[in-house]
Design a protein around this ligand. Structure first.
Ligand code: F6P
Length: 328
């Protein structure tokens, strides 16, 4: 807890963009103005501090961005900030700008950077935003709901044509090393099988047997959802062709999942997290991450937050299996 009054803050978005980042930037700026703080926008994540790329922000600079995807601050995965020299340059920019704190919006990589900067004496607050939902300290990350909805919309369309042609579809979704996106999407589209990195895949039981059961239920088309962290949809498609004799179509949804207008859930979460980040600074609770726990907001010290991990609730996988049971 620090007694120093926060008068000027820097705001940046870093790592892979996520729908709702703009809503979070807006919430931070508008809340900061309300708390009597000045705002400086830092462009391209940590690179903006390393290379002194910034601009003044106020309520006007965040008008009309609430509903747009992407990030008006641009984003990057800064290689320079990973080096001690790069971080020294970033520190110099913070001092030159007279920043009392930096609000960093992003995922785990962003927070590792924030932790480093906090150890150099700059107060930071993190806001979790990534479509992967893989930030250990927070139940939810901004962008996840929009990405799920985008993937579901695409797969619903795929299903129409798969059904007409009685085909098998293999769809790869993002998520990096986590299966949140794949499992939530798989459940939402009634997938025949979902392959996630949190669970070892046995091709015979998890794919061949699922397709067989689905056939027994009278289905003539099949939808296999693969998390990118669990393997390649192209490889899975090839095995389905070679080992089952089907002629699957493979779709890698890719970056389309990161775009689009944020859903109500992501906008609402961005507003609450943005406001709570600024409130934490006003109350001297810097060097923290604004996390969600059971629907509520918890401001967790960054050192502690970075040690926390979360696990995909495998109960969801059980639900998925139950949808395809042919007998008990
Ligand atoms: O972390 C977000 C994410 O979209 C991951 O799901 C994916 O693995 C990665 O970023 C892709 O990164 P890039 O935009 O650099 O291709």
């Amino acid at each position: 807890m620090s007694d120093k009054k926060v008068k000027r803050i820097g705001i940046l978005t870093s790592g892979g963009d996520a729908p709702g980042m703009n809503a979070a930037v807006r919430a931070v700026v508008r809340s900061a103005v309300g708390f009597g703080m000045e705002c400086v926008g830092i462009r391209r994540g940590w690179n903006g501090l390393v290379f002194s790329d910034f601009f003044p922000m106020n309520t006007d600079t965040v008008s009309h961005i609430l509903a747009s995807g992407g990030t008006i601050l641009y984003t990057a995965r800064s290689q320079e900030f990973l080096t001690p020299e790069g971080r020294e340059k970033a520190l110099a920019t913070c001092r030159m700008l007279g920043l009392d704190a930096v609000v960093a919006i992003g995922g785990d990589g962003t927070f590792r950077g924030a932790l480093e900067l906090s150890r150099m004496g700059v107060t930071v607050v993190g806001i979790p935003a990534t479509i992967d939902n893989d930030v250990g300290c927070s139940n939810y990350t901004i962008g996840f709901d929009t990405a799920c909805n985008t993937a579901v919309e695409c797969i619903d369309k795929l299903r129409d044509t798969m059904q007409s042609h009685e085909r098998c579809s293999v769809v790869e979704v993002m998520g990096r090393h986590a299966g949140y996106l794949a499992l939530y999407v798989g459940l939402s589209v009634g997938a025949t099988a979902v392959l996630i990195p949190e669970r070892n895949t046995d091709f015979d039981t998890d794919v061949v047997e699922r397709i067989r059961q689905s056939r027994l239920m009278g289905n003539t088309h099949f939808m296999i959802v693969v998390a990118e962290g669990a393997g390649s949809a192209v490889e899975i498609g090839k095995r389905i062709h070679d080992e089952i004799g089907l002629d699957p179509r493979v779709t890698v949804l890719g970056h389309i999942q990161r775009g689009g207008a944020p859903t109500a859930r992501d906008r609402e979460m961005a507003a609450r997290m943005g406001y709570n980040a600024v409130k934490a600074l006003a109350e001297g609770k810097g060097n923290s991450i604004v996390c969600t726990r059971e629907g509520g907001i918890v401001v967790t010290p960054i050192e502690e937050a970075m040690k926390q991990s979360k696990h995909l609730q495998m109960e969801r996988y059980e639900v998925l299996e139950a949808m395809h049971a042919t007998k008990r």
